[in-house]
Design a protein around this ligand. Structure first.
Ligand code: TXA
Ligand code: MG
Length: 345
C-alpha cells in the first residue's frame, strides 16, 4: 500500500501529530532532516525497528542511529557519558553530528546490531525535532534509500523507491546539507571520526584538542576486516554505471585528464562544477555547483549520483575535490560511489 503523503515544503505551521502517532503505533515514517531524509521508527520498539531493515534491505549487522529532540531523552538510551563526550555534545548538538555512546538496556538489540554502543544524534531540523516530540520517543532512522543507493536528499528522488515500503512520508523539500552526519566515537578521550560529515575534523579538533580520522574513511575496507563502524564496509552510494573520480589541485590538469578518459568511451556522463562544464565533450553533463563551493557540492552530489544511470552511460567521470574540511566528507562518499576508481594527477 502507498504511504500517506504530507507536503510541508511551503507551510509555516507544521502539524506532525499524525506522523508522530504512526511512529508511536509501530509504523515507518519517511522524514527530512538537515542532513538527508531518514526512515524512522520508534527506537525503543524492536519489532518496529525490524521493519526498517526489511524496508531498506539493510544488513542486520549494521546498527542504526537514535535521534533525540533534547538532552532529556539521553539518559534513557545512553550511560557512562564522559567529559569529552559531553563537551562534543555541547559544541555540536543540535546538528549534523552523531556520537557513539554506551547504551542502556532500553535500547533494543536490533537497533545496536548487537553492539554495546548506540549512535545518538540531536538534529537541528525543526521538522525532525517536532516529529520526535510528537512521537515522544527516540526515533531510530537510517538514511532514506534502498541499501547501497545514494541517500535521499529530496523526496522526489526517493518517493518511487520507498512509497510502498513506509506508512507515511513527510516532504520538506531539499535537505540543507545533503550529506549524512559526522559519526564520532571517543576512545581514551580522543574523538575518532568514523564517518566524516559537515562537522569537520578541524572543528572537532578545535573543541577537543585532538582528533583521529579512522583509516576506513578514505581507504577501502578489506574482506573480513573488523571495522568500528559497520556501515563503512558495505558497497555504498554506487550507481550501476562504471564511475571514475579524478582530482588535481591544478584545475586545467584535472579537466584535461577527465576529457582524456571521456574520449575513450562512447556514452559518457560527467559530473562537474559550473565553471568547468563548458570545457567537456560528453553526452551528459550534470552540474553540481560553483567551483570550490563545497556546501553547494554536498547538497547536490547524491541527487546527481542517482541520475547518472538514467543515461545508461559506459563511463561516468566525476570531478573530485581536496580532502580537507567538508571536502573529506565529499571524497569519502565519492570514493565509494566510484568503488575506489580514483586518479589524482
Ligand atoms: O545524517 C545522518 O546520520 C542520517 C540522518 C537520517 O540522521 N542517518 C544515517 O544513518 O546516515 P545510516 O544508518 O544510513 O548511517 C549510520 C552510520 C552507519 O555507517 C552505521 O554503521 C554507523 O552510523 N553506526 C550506527 N550506530 C553505530 C554504533 N553503535 N557503532 C558504530 N557505528 C554505528
Ligand atoms: Mg545510509
Amino acid at each position: 500500500m502507498k504511504a500517506k503523503y504530507l507536503d510541508i515544503k511551503k507551510s509555516n505551521k507544521i502539524d506532525l501529530k499524525e506522523a508522530g502517532a504512526v511512529i508511536k503505533n509501530g509504523g515507518l515514517v519517511l522524514f527530512p532532516t538537515e542532513t538527508v531524509y531518514g526512515i524512522g521508527a520508534d527506537g525503543l520498539n524492536g519489532e518496529a525497528v525490524k521493519k526498517i531493515f526489511i524496508a531498506k534491505g539493510r544488513a542486520q549487522d549494521n546498527p542504526l542511529i537514535l535521534h533525540i529532540a533534547d538532552t532529556k531523552m539521553l539518559p534513557l538510551i545512553a550511560k557512562d557519558i564522559t567529559k569529552m563526550e559531553e563537551k562534543l555534545m555541547d559544541a555540536f548538538w543540535p546538528g549534523p553530528f552523531t556520537l557513539i555512546l554506551k547504551r542502556t538496556e532500553n535500547v533494543p538489540d536490533v537497533v545496536a546490531a548487537g553492539l554495546d554502543t548506540v549512535g545518538v544524534r540531536m538534529p537541528s531540523s525543526n521538522i525532525t525535532r517536532e516529529l520526535i516530540k510528537e512521537a515522544n520517543t527516540p526515533i531510530a532512522a537510517p538514511s532514506a534509500n534502498l541499501s547501497g543507493k545514494p541517500s535521499g536528499t529530496n523526496l522526489e528522488d526517493i518517493k518511487e523507491e520507498l512509497e510502498d515500503r513506509v506508512d507515511y512520508m513527510i516532504d520538506g523539500g531539499e535537505c540543507e546539507i545533503g550529506l549524512e552526519s559526522t559519526v564520532v566515537r571517543v576512545i581514551d578521550d580522543v574523538p575518532h571520526i568514523l564517518r566524516p560529515g559537515r562537522i569537520t575534523a578541524e572543528q572537532i579538533e578545535e573543541v577537543a584538542g585532538k582528533v583521529e580520522i579512522d583509516s576506513h574513511v578514505l581507504d577501502k575496507t578489506k574482506e573480513g576486516q573488523k571495522v568500528l563502524s559497520p556501515g563503512m564496509k558495505y558497497r555504498h552510494y554506487a550507481p550501476k554505471s562504471k564511475c571514475t573520480l579524478v582530482y588535481s589541485k591544478d584545475n586545467d590538469k584535472m579537466v584535461e585528464k577527465i576529457q582524456e578518459i571521456l574520449n575513450q568511451y562512447e556514452k559518457t556522463v560527467v559530473i562537474a562544477c559550473k565553471e568547468n562544464q563548458a570545457s567537456y565533450k560528453a553526452n551528459q553533463i550534470l552540474e553540481i555547483g560553483h567551483k570550490d563551493d563545497l556546501e553547494e557540492m554536498s547538497r547536490h552530489i547524491f541527487s546527481a549520483l542517482r541520475k547518472v544511470d538514467e543515461f545508461k552511460p559506459d563511463m561516468v567521470v566525476i570531478e573530485g575535490t581536496k580532502k580537507e574540511g567538508i571536502g573529506l566528507a565529499i571524497m569519502n562518499r565519492l570514493l565509494r560511489a566510484c568503488e575506489y576508481q580514483y586518479i589524482e594527477c
